[in-house]
Design a protein around this ligand. Sequence first.
Ligand SMILES: *Cc1c(COP(=O)(O)O)cnc(C)c1O
Length: 220
Amino acid sequence: MEVSRRIAEIRATLREGVKLVAVSKFHTVEALLEAYNAGQRIFGESRVPELAAKQSALPDDIEWHFIGPLQANKVKYIAPFISMIQSVDTLRLMSEIDRQAAKCGRKINVLIEVHIAEEESKHGFSTGECRKLFEEGAFKRFENIRICGLMGMATFTDNTAQIRREFAGLRDLFDEIRSMLAIDKNCFSELSMGMSDDYETAIEAGSTMVRLGTVIFGKR
Ligand SMILES: *Cc1c(COP(=O)(O)O)cnc(C)c1O
């Protein structure tokens, strides 16, 4: 009951048009089912074996999003069913997603992960690399992926001003890319930012998709 109550509470506060990804990593199939029964359909996972096990145990109308570091050699395990890979941080990974999508006869939705945090450890393209990626359009040869937008994680800090600045920077980059002539704005439309501790700030900054784990399922 706790999970469904939390989902209802969060939904009530989300601005219209902001999608909720329930980040279910490390939580049990039972907890996911409770969220599913509360109407939740988008789930985010960050490990391939865990995702594969849950996908086969849960209903088919779930949209699975991959949100963690992804090794190219693991793409094949999720390519048949994944709805969106949010953590694309190299051209090599993009190329492998393209190859595996073709094998499955699918087109896979991806987000480009951009490194906006101060911490060294976070993955992603730098702002400059990301801009260059879109200016040069090297990914255009990948016909089996659809680039739907950007994803980023702010620094883990209590400094709200800093978090706001980082999200605003990602929003500016998103707008800049959307304004490029070669970009299909209907397709490039998602800005995935905001986790349990900072999603309100992220929504104020223009997030279209929040990824929430702890506030839905409790501590991992
Ligand atoms: C784990 C994770 C989340 C969810 O984090 P919470 O703080 O539990 O909401 C969101 N995004 C990514 C990329 C994650 O790895």
